[in-house]
Design a protein around this ligand. Sequence first.
Ligand SMILES: NC(=O)c1ccc[n+]([C@@H]2O[C@H](COP(=O)([O-])OP(=O)(O)OC[C@H]3O[C@@H](n4cnc5c(N)ncnc54)[C@H](OP(=O)(O)O)[C@@H]3O)[C@@H](O)[C@H]2O)c1
Length: 173
Amino acid sequence: MHYQLIAAIDEDWGIGKDGTIPWRCPDDLKHFKRVTLGHWLVIGRKTWDSFGRKPLPGRNTIVVSSDPESVGIPPNGLKIGDTGAYRVLGARSPSHAKQLLAANYANQVFIGGGATIYSAFSAEISTIWLSRVKARAQCDTKLDVCLDNFVLLLQQGHHGDTPFTIELYRRTR
Ligand SMILES: NC(=O)c1ccc[n+]([C@@H]2O[C@H](COP(=O)([O-])OP(=O)(O)OC[C@H]3O[C@@H](n4cnc5c(N)ncnc54)[C@H](OP(=O)(O)O)[C@@H]3O)[C@@H](O)[C@H]2O)c1
């Protein structure tokens, strides 16, 4: 199983404020979709809340919560969308999420936040997709990852209303 972290951060490593992402960057959302489509996404309950408790189409989602029965997972863990059927599962803990991923033969797994889930999976992460947004958004939630064991493979600048740079890192040890 290949675990990839994907996050957008501001210049202070902030990822969120008041339960949402405090900048508008449609091109980064397109990048997120392009990279994660067809794969598994693991998120925390607060990030799930920020999605309006609706799964992102075309991706299988695992929501981590101490009370997964209460977070509005669809019956049978299956959602039928315009682009086909996909799974939405609740996990009691990060280790339960790993069991569910193994039981479902997941191959590519994207750790989609928030901060608690990025930290819980940090030891498993082999690839990091970072979008560095040119903003200082006074976030209340920050990404806490150490890049010392990672090498930068790709860096691509994007212009627009909210300029950002996509960086791709691979673990070296
Ligand atoms: N910029 C980005 O790329 C990005 C990406 C994702 C999210 N965000 C932002 O980040 C913020 C949310 O992040 P967050 O760190 O506050 O919350 P989060 O990680 O999304 O969710 C936290 C919740 O996950 C569950 N959880 C976490 N660890 C657990 C464990 N070991 N066992 C059981 N349940 C566990 C708990 O749910 P229960 O309370 O239900 O038990 C906990 O309250 C929002 O502002 C969001 O918009 C930004």
